[in-house]
Design a protein around this ligand. Structure first.
Ligand SMILES: Cc1cc2nc3c(=O)[nH]c(=O)nc-3n(C[C@H](O)[C@H](O)[C@H](O)COP(=O)(O)OP(=O)(O)OC[C@H]3O[C@@H](n4cnc5c(N)ncnc54)[C@H](O)[C@@H]3O)c2cc1C
Ligand SMILES: NC(=O)c1ccc[n+]([C@@H]2O[C@H](COP(=O)([O-])OP(=O)(O)OC[C@H]3O[C@@H](n4cnc5c(N)ncnc54)[C@H](O)[C@@H]3O)[C@@H](O)[C@H]2O)c1
Length: 478
């Protein structure tokens, strides 16, 4: 629909943004009989299907196959993986998503939206009004940190560049060892790039239990990735066709110190690293620029929502914009909460069981509290770990591949007073799948006694849950 044609139109609900949050919400509301307009300035469907979750998982799976094949022809394999990725994401063509929404009865308009009291402006030329609710689902965008020379230097990538391009850099530096940094380090290292991950915090995945980041670093090092934690990037300069990175005083780690012989660096100077490309993956920030939230009395820097995802009155926010569980399943869930609220069956959101997965091999699944977050809210905790490699499943798999040295581990975190499971962290083969029962256990506030009593299929990886659950149940009884 052309924005101008909509001038003066009225809808019960207007949704701004059609990603993993806005699209399912608009669809559910239209199916529920409400008159809904969804406004999208870029691709219907948002980032996940085109430049985020789906292409990154496609590349990770292709990378895994390539490693298993032992084929030394990295460039040809990478080109084939990119072709598969692009088929999987339909060449980043959003017409299927748009047709799906239209088929469900959502009115769609491609326009940049901004808000005014009671109305939404489309590309600054047309005005539409809502009567029941306005829902903001504008997502988040990559943070580019204020590093000297970072902006404007050619050769700087974000995940969007990597996941829509076809270049295999010989030397790739990745700034940030979070979910994107770890997943894309595995992809490029598997296809022969010399990858260096530069993480500011003392461990990778620093919001998780520290041992988990250590195990992730071990997993990436097996693939030849040079993992440097505790690093501070101070400057970026053009260097031929690539970039030259300079580091802050004292920011180099004891291990992997430049000057030692290791893959991933050309050691141009004691405090420098040369790379062909620098992928910046240091987190995301909510997309609020130009939205005009101030005109609704909202502070763009404090988009706190209540338990129904309401910002104020009839204005809601969902998805990455809220920074609550910034995952597609988090956005989908928040969409369901708002849909239920607007369709008259409202209930409070419970974010406690939302899994945090990283799809490397070995994969990560964490849920609920870490010891740090539990301590911050004054909870006393008990923890127990298990070596996932002690399971029969692991023994069977390692007999087939005796060189399989992927790190694996599981930790359960119990509330010492109530005896319920409040957190879990797992890394291991397919942990994103087998550890998922722990997400439900946290959400359902399952006691350690019940978890310890629960049988697990033999010989599955989930048997790893039994030992730490039984240990904690015993300690809670003592
Ligand atoms: C590389 C990468 C890999 C990821 N992998 C996973 C994964 O494996 N699993 C997982 O669960 N999550 C993953 N995520 C996170 C996931 O992609 C996001 O959490 C999810 O897509 C957020 O959905 P959203 O609807 O909030 O935002 P988006 O998908 O960004 O949608 C917001 C939409 O709003 C539109 N918009 C913004 N401003 C305006 C405006 N003013 N007017 C009109 N439209 C506007 C944007 O164009 C966009 O389409 C990954 C992210 C990245 C970057
Ligand atoms: N599997 C998944 O669900 C998945 C995969 C990829 C991305 N995502 C989502 O996409 C979003 C963005 O991912 P991301 O990896 O960019 O963010 P992130 O927040 O997961 O990780 C960012 C990392 O960068 C580090 N960092 C911050 N500033 C730095 C600096 N100046 N120098 C070096 N390191 C620095 C942080 O300590 C952190 O480890 C997140 O919300 C993430 O959850 C999810």
């Amino acid at each position: 629909m052309d924005p101008a044609e909509l001038d003066g139109a009225r809808y019960e609900v207007i949704v701004i943004g059609t990603g993993s949050a806005g699209k399912p919400l608009a669809t559910a509301l239209a199916r529920g009989g409400l008159r809904v307009l969804a406004v999208e300035r870029h691709r219907f469907g948002g980032e996940c299907p085109y430049v985020a979750c789906v292409p990154s998982k496609s590349m990770l799976l292709s990378a895994r196959r390539h490693r298993a094949s032992g084929d030394p022809a990295h460039r040809a394999a990478f080109a084939a993986a990119v072709a598969v990725r692009d088929r999987t994401v339909h060449g980043r063509d959003d017409s299927g998503a748009a047709e799906g929404m239209l088929g469900d009865g959502v009115d769609l308009v491609r326009a940049r939206a901004s808000v005014r009291p009671g109305q939404v402006l489309l590309d600054g030329i047309a005005t539409v009004r809502w009567s029941t609710a306005l829902v903001l689902a504008t997502g988040a965008e990559a943070v580019i940190p204020p590093v000297d020379g970072l902006r404007g230097t050619p050769g700087i990538w974000t995940s969007d560049t990597a996941l829509s391009g076809d270049e295999l850099p010989a030397r790739l530096a990745i700034l940030g060892g979070g979910a994107i940094g770890c997943e894309l380090a595995e992809v490029y290292a598997s296809f022969g790039s010399r990858v260096t991950v530069l993480e500011a915090a003392p461990t990778l995945l620093p919001r998780e239990q520290p041992w988990l980041g250590g195990a992730m670093a071990d997993g990436l090092r097996r693939l030849g990735v040079d993992v440097r934690t505790g690093t501070e990037l101070a400057s970026v300069r053009p260097d031929g066709q690539g970039v030259l990175l300079g580091f802050g005083e004292g920011s180099r780690p004891e291990t992997d110190r430049p000057g030692t012989d290791r893959p991933g660096t050309d050691q141009p100077g004691a405090d420098q690293l040369a790379a062909d490309r620098l992928l910046v993956a240091v987190g995301k920030k909510p997309v609020t620029d130009g939205l005009g939230l101030e005109s609704l009395g909202l502070d763009p820097d404090d988009l706190s929502v209540d338990r129904r995802m309401r910002l104020k009155d009839d204005v809601f926010a969902i998805g990455d914009l809220t920074a609550i569980n910034p995952y597609t399943h988090g956005a989908n869930y928040q969409a369901r909460v708002v849909a239920d609220e607007l369709l008259g069956r409202g209930r409070d959101a419970d974010h406690s069981g939302t899994p945090r997965a990283v799809y490397t091999d070995p994969a990560v699944l964490a849920v609920g509290d870490t010891e740090k977050t539990a301590a911050e809210r004054g909870a006393r905790t008990l923890t127990a770990r298990s070596d996932v490699t002690g399971t029969t499943r692991s023994a069977v798999e390692r007999t087939i591949d005796e060189n399989d040295d992927r790190p694996a581990g599981l930790e359960l975190i119990a509330d010492a007073d109530s005896g319920v499971l409040i957190g879990a962290a797992a890394i291991g083969p397919e942990a994103d799948s087998w550890a998922a029962e722990l997400a439900l256990a946290v959400r359902a506030r399952v006691t350690l006694q019940a978890l310890a009593d629960q049988p697990h299929a033999f010989p599955s990886w989930a048997e790893a849950i039994a030992a730490p659950a039984q240990e904690l149940a015993q300690r809670l009884r003592d």
